[in-house]
Write a protein that binds this ligand. Structure first.
Ligand code: GLA
Ligand code: ZN
Length: 691
């Protein structure tokens, strides 16, 4: 498989954010010398240098940047050139204080941190367009330019603003979406609680209200805010696309970020890049982060780029635990295992000033003597060894539905039967699948090609449209296995409960009707009994469901309050099967149950005896690359096929080859990569690695 056409580099990317604009000139050359020594090939800069690029209105200074780009080019280092628009300069904000963002409670946020802008502000947008045009014109054909890094982490601090300008654009957006004032009233069901609007000007962004707000208004506001930031992104993308059509464009995502619908963002950019900061203080962080890596590789069904990660500690958690020796490498190579074609860091040289002075860097405050520098050097060598992996795909037969309508609608204050969060349910289901050794992709509904998967899991699909139900039905008819979690098919896109109640458009596919949601008190002990005889105490949620005649009950409730009613059902349809799980299952029963479901669906399940060892396979169709990663501070053993070739050996004892197999000893946070001929073009198959 060849590297995608618009990939910025011929090899794995290695480098990070560099902020030479924050350092005197003498440091520049020294840094470049060290970068060459390490094999850095891609740098993001200048992310926050707008005041240096435009020190006063219309006075652009780009010569310093040209000097830096020339020096990097001479050193053979490529640049992800930032458009520098993530933080407007003080002079601009002070001249136009109306561009500062406003909170829901009416407080206008002042200058002094970063991202001090309202995403709708016409002045801000005009100045963003002007700076982007200047940089694209001046540097569009610079030989160091590999990639445009547009803005920075959209929404990190500001994705929503409740100012008057945003309110006016919200009204325009609503009219476009719903056609007319009558359409908005109908969509929001404003006859309830006397909320009827008689003039569109009466509609505001949802500020602080005396009691519960209208759920449809809140959901539309989330959509509007995401679309509004997307419009800002597109403003820059269009300029860059026109002036530098050959240069790929990206903006750095933040994993499963709540506020922005990344399916829509990814659709308009050329490559997906992502910032990932798994918490070294959390032993389950490799599991949690793998869910977002599944999203990143699925957004474009292509390799993505880990454009930011921490060499060691961050500076924004209450307690910022550093990475243990070897963990920099384990974290970086986990991203590569999950489809990133490279690993980059925030940042190259530690800042001595500002809020990030305690954030780790490749060059920590001790410079080349820093532990991070030594560990990054080893990673650079690993990435060079792993060059043949670039462009390959991750083998995955299981996908999870990721849908921002449901993510947004399940707000903690959404007047639901009880609090239920998509993130919590997604992480729970993903943790079970991850423990089964499965790399989980993400799918958009509708939109993604579902037929590539054997199993699709929708942890909860609270908002369900007819089109989504049709896509899922087609998947099951075609032989797929679908697992739908509790509280799915409940409302339509306007948050109106589907006629006849849940699961609405999924009723026929699942063959059940929900009479009532039955949330559990912490003191309730609602038992769920599987047909295998296994029993468990359900978590927080249950439902009174009525199955149709052609549905099998695979688990039922035992004891009060839902005694003998079905808890989990299966409906066979065409070649496939659709499960409905009305109960909140704890991880220790969800995992074995999903094991059985996946095995019956023909998925290669490799239940790991050691959940700290992760096995992920990338393939280019001819060769498979099997990553075996020890995420624990203790050694681990793994065994692979005897004929596997070791592409990347872990530190310490070399793997031992016996007729019975290849024995690998992984030191704490050790990583091995095996290379084997692909036995099947199906992305479902995985090699037998025992851990
Ligand atoms: C984000 C930002 C960076 C930096 C890092 C610190 O990813 O994009 O500018 O603040 O966080 O972890
Ligand atoms: Zn605003």
């Amino acid at each position: 498989m060849t590297v995608p056409q618009r990939w910025p580099l011929p090899a794995m990317a290695f480098g990070g954010d560099w902020n030479p604009d924050q350092w005197p000139r003498e440091v520049w050359q020294h840094d470049i010398t060290l970068m060459r020594q390490l094999g850095v090939n891609l740098l993001s800069l200048p992310v926050f240098a707008w005041p240096q690029l435009e020190p006063s209105e219309g006075e652009y200074r780009t010569d310093w940047l040209a000097e830096i780009l020339d020096a990097l080019d001479a050193a053979g280092i490529g640049v992800a050139l930032a458009t520098g628009t993530a933080t407007p300069p003080a002079w601009l904000v002070r001249a136009h204080p109306e561009m500062l963002p406003v909170r829901a409670d009416g407080v206008r946020l002042d200058f002094g941190s970063r991202q001090s802008y309202c995403p709708s502000s016409p002045v801000f947008r005009a100045k963003v367009a002007a700076l982007t045009t200047i940089l694209a014109t001046r540097f569009g054909d610079h030989p160091a330019l590999r990639l445009w890094h547009v803005s920075n982490e959209y929404g990190d601090h500001i994705s929503r603003c409740w100012c008057e300008v945003c309110a006016a654009s919200f009204r325009r957006w609503l009219l476009r979406r719903h056609g007319s004032l009558a359409g908005i009233n109908a969509a929001w069901g404003t006859k309830v609680w006397g909320q009827l609007y008689t003039d569109v000007e009466q509609i505001e962004v949802p500020r602080v209200t005396p009691g519960p707000d209208n759920p449809a208004r809140l959901l539309d506001f989330e959509r509007f805010c995401s679309d509004n930031v997307l419009e800002l992104f597109r403003l820059e993308l269009d300029i860059l696309g026109e002036l530098t059509p050959g240069v790929p464009r990206t903006t750095n995502f933040m994993g499963l970020f709540h506020d922005l619908d990344y399916w829509r963002f990814a659709a308009v950019e050329d490559l997906v890049s992502n910032d990932a900061y798994p918490d070294p203080g959390n032993t389950a962080s490799h599991t949690d982060i793998a869910l977002s890596y599944g999203l990143m590789r699925s957004l474009k069904s292509r390799p993505w780029l880990l454009i930011e990660s921490a060499p060691s500690a961050v500076s924004w958690r209450p307690v910022n635990v550093p990475k243990a020796p070897g963990q920099l490498r384990a974290h970086a190579l986990q991203a590569v295992a999950h489809g990133s074609d490279g690993a980059m860091f925030f940042q190259w040289r530690a800042a001595r000033t500002g809020p990030e002075r305690f954030h780790s860097a490749v060059l920590g405050h001790r410079g080349e003597a820093s532990r991070s520098f030594a560990e990054a050097s080893q990673l650079a060598a690993d990435l060079a060894t792993l060059a043949p992996v670039a462009g390959s795909r991750v083998r995955s037969s299981v996908a999870m539905v990721v849908d921002w309508d449901t993510i947004w609608a399940l707000r903690p204050d959404a007047s639901l039967p009880a609090e239920i969060s998509w993130h919590a349910e997604a992480h729970q289901h993903h943790a079970a699948l991850h423990q089964l050794g499965l790399a989980v992709d993400s799918v958009a509904l509708p939109g993604s090609d579902l037929s590539r998967y054997a199993v699709i899991v929708a942890p909860t699909l609270y908002v369900t449209s007819d089109a989504q139900a049709e896509a899922l039905t087609e998947f099951v008819r075609g032989g797929g296995t679908l697992v739908v979690g509790a509280f799915s098919g409940v409302v339509n896109e306007c948050e109106q409960v589907h006629a006849g109640g849940p699961p609405g458009p999924l009723r026929e596919l699942l063959g059940v009707e929900v009479d009532e949601q039955w949330p559990l008190l912490e003191t309730d002990e609602q038992i769920v009994e599987f047909d295998s005889g296994a029993r468990t105490v359900g978590r927080f949620w249950a439902e009174w469901i009525e199955p149709s005649d052609d549905v099998e009950v695979v688990a039922h409730y035992d004891g009060r309050p839902l005694h003998d009613l079905p808890a989990i059902t299966r409906r066979r349809l065409g070649e496939g099967a659709a499960y409905y799980v009305s109960a909140g299952l704890p991880l220790d029963s969800l995992t074995p149950w999903l094991h059985q479901v996946c095995a019956e669906a023909g998925v290669d399940v490799r239940m790991s005896a050691n959940p700290s060892v992760e096995v992920v396979t990338r393939t280019d169709g001819a060769t498979d690359y099997v990553f075996v990663i020890n995420h624990a501070p203790t050694p681990a053993e793994a065994r692979g096929p005897a004929d596997a070739d070791v592409l990347l050996a872990p530190d310490g004892d070399p793997p031992v080859r016996r007729a019975s197999g290849l024995s690998i000893t992984l030191p704490p946070f050790g990583v091995a990569v095996l290379r084997m001929p692909s036995t099947t073009p199906s992305l479902h198959h995985v090699h037998s690695i025992e851990v």
